[in-house]
Design a binder for this molecule. Sequence first.
Ligand code: SF4
Length: 338
Amino acid sequence: GEVLLEVSGLRKHFPVTRGAVVKRQVGAVKAVDGVDFTVRAGRTLGLVGESGCGKTTTGRMITRLLEPTDGRIVFEGRDITHVSQGTMRPLRRDIQMIFQDPYSSLNPRKTVGSIVGAPFHLQNVATEAGVKKAVQDLLDVVGLNPEHYNRYPHEFSGGQRQRIGIARTLALRPKLIVADEPVSALDVSIQAQVVNLLEDLQDEFHLTYVVIAHDLSVVRHISDQVGVMYLGKMVELGDNESLYDGPMHPYTVALLSAVPVPDPSVRGGRERIRLQGDVPSPLNPPTACRFHTRCWKAQEVCGQVEPPMVELKPGHQVACHFPENAPPDAESRVAKAA
Ligand code: SF4
C-alpha cells in the first residue's frame, strides 16, 4: 500500500517552570525528541517501550490531542502538523484513538446503542431505524450480542467494554487508528481475543494501525513493523521478522529476553538480561546514547557521541555504536554516519 502516515523529526518538549508568581522556565521534559517513521495503508506499526519513553505522547500528537513542538506529521500526503482537531471535521474522523481503559470514556448513563450510534446521528446520515440497524451490525462485527443494544456499560466485562469502544470508533469509519495499550488493562486470557479482533477488523475495514504497548509480545503478531522507543528517542525500527529474529539494539535485546515464554527459542536461546536501574529522568537524560547508563555493552564513545539511526539490514534501522545481530561491517558504518 501507499504511505498513509509519515512522521519526521517529531518533538514534544514540555516546559518545566519554577516560581509561583513569576514563572521562569528552568528546563524542558523532552518527552519525544526527534522521532521518524512511516506507516503504509493497511499495515500496523507497533510502538514499544517502558513508561516515559514517549510512545503515548507520540500517539497523542498523531491524533492531534497534543500539539508537536517541532517536526512534521503528513497524513495522506497532507501536512497536518498544525491542523487542530476542531477545524477539520473529516480529519477528526479519519484518525481515531482507542484507549487503555474504555470504561472511563463510555458514558455510564447511556446505552450501548446510543454510545455506538452517536457518530451516525452526528453525521445526520440515517433514520432512527437505519442507525439501530447500523449499530447492531457493528456490535455483531466486534463480537457482541446485537440484542444487547439497550444495555449499559456497567453490564459488560472489561473485554466487552473494549469491544464497545472499538465499535464506537468504527462507526466513524476511520482510516488510521492509534490504539494506546488497548489490552494492557485486560485479563491475559482476554488480551489475545481483542488483538485478534483488531486484526480481523483491519482486513475487513482496511484499517491502518499504530499500536502502542509496553511489551514486545503484545504487538508481535499484529505488527508489520515495530519501533522501540527509549527516553523520547526511537532506538530501533524494523520489519517484524527482522526485529524479532535479530534484534540489534541492546535495549530491544533486553526487552525481548524479559518476555516470559514457555519456549526459550522465541528469545533466540538467550539468557534473560536484567537491566540495571530505572529509566533516568527525561528532564535530565544521559548524554549521547541515552541508554548508556543501563547498557551492558556501553563504552566511552556511547556517552560522547550520539549514535545515528542507520539501516543496517533492509527495512531495519538501529541507533547503536555496537549493535547485536548486525552485519560484520556494522560498526564502521555507524562510525561513518556519526
Ligand atoms: Fe549500548 Fe553504546 Fe549501543 Fe548505546 S550506543 S545501546 S550504550 S552499546
